[in-house]
Ligand binder design. Sequence first.
Ligand code: UD1
Length: 341
Amino acid sequence: MATKILVTGGTGYIGSHTVVELQNAGFEVVIIDNLSNSNIGVLDGIEQITGIRPAFVEGDVCDKTTLNALFEAHSDIKGIINFAASKAVGESVEKPLKYYSNNLVSLINLLDMMPHYGVKGIVFSSSCTVYGEPDVNPIDETAPIKVATSPYGNTKQISEEIINDYIRSGAAIKSIILRYFNPVGAHPSALIGELPNGVPNNLIPYLTQTAAGIRKQLTVFGNDYNTPDGSCIRDFIDVVDLAKAHVVAMRRMLENDQTEAVEVFNLGTGRGLSVLELIDAFQRATGVAVPYVIGERRAGDIEQIWAEPTKANTVLGWRAEMPIEDTMRHAWAWQLHLQNK
Ligand code: UD1
C-alpha cells in the first residue's frame, strides 16, 4: 500500500510541484489548504500531470478541529510536509501578528498532533533568509543565524527553534528542515506554476509579467551593490528540482536513515546569479525582451547570497539539475498559459 503523506499548503507554488513529485514517486497525498494564496484549479493541473487527483481538505492548519478531523479520517498518515504559511516579506512588516499566528500556530498544531496520530516525521519549509547577510558565500548549514530582518523571516527562525525544542524534549518524531534559496520556474508542462496575487513582489513573476506586457517595465532594485555588475546576487533554484528534494527527504525520514532527529539542508544550486544576469538568461532563453530600468535599492534586501549545497548533494543524494535557461523557458510558458486560460 502506498505511504500516505499530508501536504499542508499543497495547492501553493512549491506545494503543488511537490505533490506532483510525491505522486510520481508512488506516495499517496492528502492536501490541506485554505486557498488563501492559491486556487482549487491547481488540483486539475496536478491531476493532468500525474493522472491522480490528490485527496483535498479545504481548511486552515491553525484550526485544530479541522486538523483533528483530517487525522481521524486519514489515520494512516506517516509523514507531513509543511508548506502552509504566509510568505510576503513586506506584508509581514505591516501585519506581523498575521504572520506569527499563521506560521507558528499551524506548526505547533501539527507538532502537537503528530505523536498522537502516529505520524513519524515532518519536513519543514525554511528559508535562506535565516542567514541574513552572509559573511561568506557560498553559505553552508553551520553558518550563524542572524537577527531576522522581517517578521516573515523571524517566523522561519522561530519555527526551526520550535521543532528543535520539541524534539529535544523527547517527542517521538523526526524532522528535516529545508532551507530554500530562491525558488523559480514552473512545471515543464506549464500546467502548474506560481500564482502571484496582485502586483508581484518577487523577481520572476514581475519579470514574466513585464515580458508579457502586463507591466510596463521591471525595476532592478539597485546597481550599486558590491558585486561584479552592481545588482544583487541570488541562488535561483528550479521549483521542480526543489520539489524532488522533498521526496528524497521524506524517504530518508520514513526509512530511518536520519543520523540525527533533526537535520537541516540548504537547497540551492551552489551558483550565484545576479539580477541582471537572470534578466539576460531569460531574454536569451526565450528570445523575449524584458524592458527594465535601474531603480533605488529595496529596503531590507540582502546584497548577495548563494548556497553551499554539498550536504544535500552528499547526504540526501540530491542535486539541482535544471539549467537556468530551461527554468526561464518554463517560467515563460507558465506565464503564457495563465494568459490563455
Ligand atoms: C524573498 C525573501 C525570502 C523568500 C523569498 C520568496 C528575505 C530577505 N527574502 O527573497 O526569504 O523566501 O522572497 O518569497 O526575506 N528584484 C528586483 N526587482 C523586482 C523584484 C526583485 O530587482 O521587481 C530583486 C531584489 O532586489 C532581489 C532579487 O531580485 O535582489 C530577488 O528578489 P525576490 O524575488 O523578491 O526574492 P528575495 O528578496 O531574494
